[in-house]
Design a protein around this ligand. Structure first.
Ligand code: DHB
Ligand code: MG
Length: 222
């Protein structure tokens, strides 16, 4: 048996990525341009991108809401899973990130299915209240605000919608009493909300990949 060291889990991550995702020019170029523009290397790992893609397909989502666009990597994955009349509405606070994302989305050929809304999510989310409800929400922005974003997810999504939250393990910090950063507190508050708020039914999965030890929470809007 191989113990899960960073070396062995990275090898497994590379194996699974090579086997199940493969090389994809638009996604590769998106990551390259994101790095060149100096954006942080915190886009979801390829297997997580494909997980998001499959969640959109499995749920039959037409309307997807993403909080935290970064360079558009996850939006490309989700947009590709949409039917012809589907849309990803993605919110980004950082203008430079939004610009990189628009260019990446255009090159990937999904601009017609993705609306990049620039601004702080807490300000932009209320403006979506009059639109049709969302079928899937992906939360991947400042962790301190996870409960705010979950509250908006519950308000803006239909009953039965899928809600996915990135980065709920944070290298084990979520369950480490010595880990007291504002981000870890935000993640814990979000998980406690998923557990107690009757609008959600949720679980979480740990991940070991190129980004290290982390995880995603997955919930349904009840
Ligand atoms: C950070 C944020 C992310 O969304 C992520 O996937 C990894 C790290 C961060 O802010 O450190
Ligand atoms: Mg993330």
């Amino acid at each position: 048996m191989t113990l899960p060291t960073p070396e062995s889990w990275s090898r497994v991550d590379r194996y699974l990525t090579r086997t199940l995702v493969g090389d994809d020019p638009a996604l590769r170029d998106a990551v390259a341009d994101q790095r060149a523009a100096g954006l942080p290397a915190i886009e979801v790992a390829p297997l997580t991108g494909k997980f998001l893609h499959l969640m959109v397909r499995v749920s039959g989502a037409h309307r997807v809401l993403e909080i935290g666009t970064l360079g558009g990597y996850s939006a490309i994955w989700m947009a590709r899973a949409l039917p012809a009349d589907g849309v990803v509405v993605t919110i980004e606070a950082e203008p430079v990130n939004a610009e990189v994302a628009r260019s990446n989305l255009a090159r990937a050929g999904v601009s017609d299915r993705v609306r990049v809304l620039e601004g702080r999510a807490a300000d932009v989310l209320p403006t979506l209240a009059d639109e049709q409800p969302f079928d899937l929400v992906f939360i991947d922005a400042d962790k301190e605000s996870n409960t705010v974003y979950l509250d908006w997810a519950a308000r803006l999504a239909r009953t039965g919608a899928v809600v996915i939250v990135d980065n709920v393990v944070r290298s084990g910090g979520v369950a480490d009493p010595a880990s007291e950063t504002p981000q870890v507190h935000g993640v814990r508050r979000g998980l406690e909300m998923l557990a107690r708020d009757p609008r959600f039914d949720a679980t979480a999965l740990q991940t070991l990949d190129a980004k290290g030890w982390d995880g995603v929470a997955v919930a349904v809007v009840v």
